[in-house]
Design a protein around this ligand. Structure first.
Ligand SMILES: [Zn+2]
Length: 313
């Protein structure tokens, strides 16, 4: 018997592979319309990437991402453990402009670069990291904290290598992915990030790939990785599957305005396109919480917005 999932899953897997590995077309749209509050504060969405325009093609659910994290509604969970990251810089392979962001891709054929602990029961393997950012420093992050937007957000994407044998399999399954989110704020130049920033001019156009090796993504984590929020959500790009354990760091990292300016010098467009479009505002609009609980690894009543803003490292 042909079940719906037996048809949808292979199709969606191909869909995601095309986007993540070999994006050529971006006529892809989100499952849900944004809520009005998010839209009004992000009026720039009307000029956003074609991926988020046109008729709906992806079925939605009640566990979509990104969301606004309401600090006073998050629930402290004393069972949440510290994160354990073990990254081997030698697994870093290349950087790729996929027409929506740039991906720093890692060799994920073995468990050499892994994430464990936190809310996770299994071992998750790093496959890539990327960022989302705005055209100015006022917005750009996908998640927000008490409606506060950050200029950019880092996503370190891992898949469950205890349960699945390939990323393409894990992406469709419950408990398949674990993504660490880190907010970027404008301040001091980030020395660890600079090696990556220096490589970006070589992948200015969509579809460009260059070798990029020996980069330790741990340098992009905040000094305190014990304090985080976690919730069950989705990919924020198609296929938007609800397979993600999100781990959002409470502490941000700082990067300089000039470093973010290099992100903004990238292009959504290929060298063959007549009109070139700057790669900015590559975030998805916020999604309704739909009754989900956001858990925190730290006691939230002392962690109001002023404390989040006051983090230094
Ligand atoms: Zn992302």
């Amino acid at each position: 018997m042909v079940t719906l999932s037996s048809v949808v899953r292979p199709l969606a897997s191909q869909f995601h592979r095309r986007l993540v590995r070999h994006a050529k077309s971006h006529r892809i749209t989100p499952a849900r319309r944004c809520n009005l509050a998010a839209c009004s504060s992000k009026y720039v969405l009307s000029q956003m990437h074609p991926m988020w325009q046109g008729p709906l093609v992806v079925p939605g659910g009640d566990n979509q991402s990104p969301i606004d994290i309401v600090v006073r509604k998050s629930v402290f969970d004393s069972e949440l453990k510290p994160l354990v990251t073990d990254y081997d810089p030698d697994t870093c392979q290349q950087i790729w402009n996929n027409g929506y962001s740039f991906l720093v891709e890692y060799n994920d054929t073995t468990d050499k670069s892994t994430l464990k602990g936190g809310p996770l029961q299994d071992t998750f393997r790093l496959c890539q990291f990327h960022f989302h950012w705005g055209e100015s420093n006022v917005w750009g992050s996908e998640h927000t904290v008490d409606r506060r937007m950050f200029p950019a957000e880092l996503h370190l994407v891992h898949w469950n290598s205890d349960k699945y044998s390939l990323f393409e399999e894990a992406v469709m399954e419950d408990n398949g992915l674990a993504v660490i989110g880190v907010f970027l704020k404008v301040g001091k130049r980030h020395e660890g990030l600079q090696k990556l920033v220096d490589a970006l001019p070589a992948i200015r156009h969509e579809g460009s790939v260059v070798e990029f090796t020996r980069f330790d993504p741990a340098c992009l984590l905040p000094t305190n990785t014990d304090d985080y929020w976690t919730y069950h959500g989705s990919l924020t790009t198609p296929p938007l599957t609800e397979s993600v354990s999100w781990i959002i760091m409470k502490q941000h990292i700082e990067v300089s305005h000039d470093q973010l300016a290099v992100f903004r010098s990238l292009l959504f467009t290929s060298a063959k396109d007549d009109v070139q479009k700057s790669m900015v505002n590559n975030f998805r609009v916020q999604q309704p919480l739909c009754g989900r609980t956001v858990r925190s690894s730290f006691i939230p009543f002392l962690q109001e917005v002023s404390s989040v803003e006051g983090d230094k490292h």
